[in-house]
Design a protein around this ligand. Sequence first.
Ligand code: NDP
Length: 293
Amino acid sequence: MRLIDGKQIAETIKQEIAGEVQRIKDQEGKVPHLAAILVGEDPASETYVNSKARACKQVGFDSSTYRFPVDVTEAELLEAVEFINNDPEIDGLIVQLPLPGHIDNQKVIQHIVPEKDVDGFHPVNVGRMTIGLPSYVSATPNGIMELIMRSRIETRGKQCVILGRSNIVGKPMSLLMSRNEEPGNATVTVCHSKTQNLGEVTSRADILIVAIGQPEFVTADMVKEGAVVIDVGIHRVPSDKTKSGFRLIGDVRFDEVSEKASYITPVPGGVGPMTIVSLLMNTLKASKKEIYG
Ligand code: NDP
């Protein structure tokens, strides 16, 4: 079994980005700039936005966070998006989700100009990805494709089973793995909560990508000998073995599945570190106007 070390791969990519940022700075005097909109004081969102800002600093990007109270109106948020859309200094904008219930998430996302939608959530980017045009691909699927590519995992002609069909992970993964380029060219099956004989389907997978949000759901008997297993899930569970009193686990029972897998991503340190790095990669592309010219 080979561990896919997402932490190490993410560090390598950050160094590559930092080198490119230095080159752009020397030649053009401007550095990429990522802005985030954060509403309310949800600790998980706060942590995530802070780690994005830290990652930006690490690679030499500028970053800014636009904070709003939980009772901000939809009109005020749309105005902020508009302002950032028109700011030539800002290359990419992310809106930290979920937004409070009185705000229509989709309305806010669709207000971002596709050129700055580095989260890849705007329907224009999703549509472009679907028909194989250059686009911003959302962070987690993009990070998984990067892990597969950099680990030199063969995908062409393989049976790929994806557990989960969410808009942010499962669905884009299925499109990317079945696209007519590499990595891609796999034969893809998408499973969800209505799938019957799930274990039978997953047991046929050469590549199994698990994003269902169920702690340690995938057990060894559901996995083919020699399969590549990508675990997207992330759950905090109580533990008396750590100082914090918590430990992180995935959607896959790592101890037993790792005995059968040829490659596997750990949790933590697998897919997770790639998510923020993907956002940096997209922001770099935005600053270089690689997608929309
Ligand atoms: P969602 O809850 O949006 O989607 C879960 C999907 O899994 C749904 O399609 C659902 O089916 C399916 N599902 C749920 N239970 C079962 C089951 N028992 N059998 C078969 N299918 C099932 O989750 P996300 O895609 O947003 O996230 C998945 C996991 O990945 C979570 O643990 C999340 O925390 C993690 N995650 C990690 C990231 C990272 O950076 N590492 C980033 C994003 C997510 P149906 O559609 O029928 O309801």
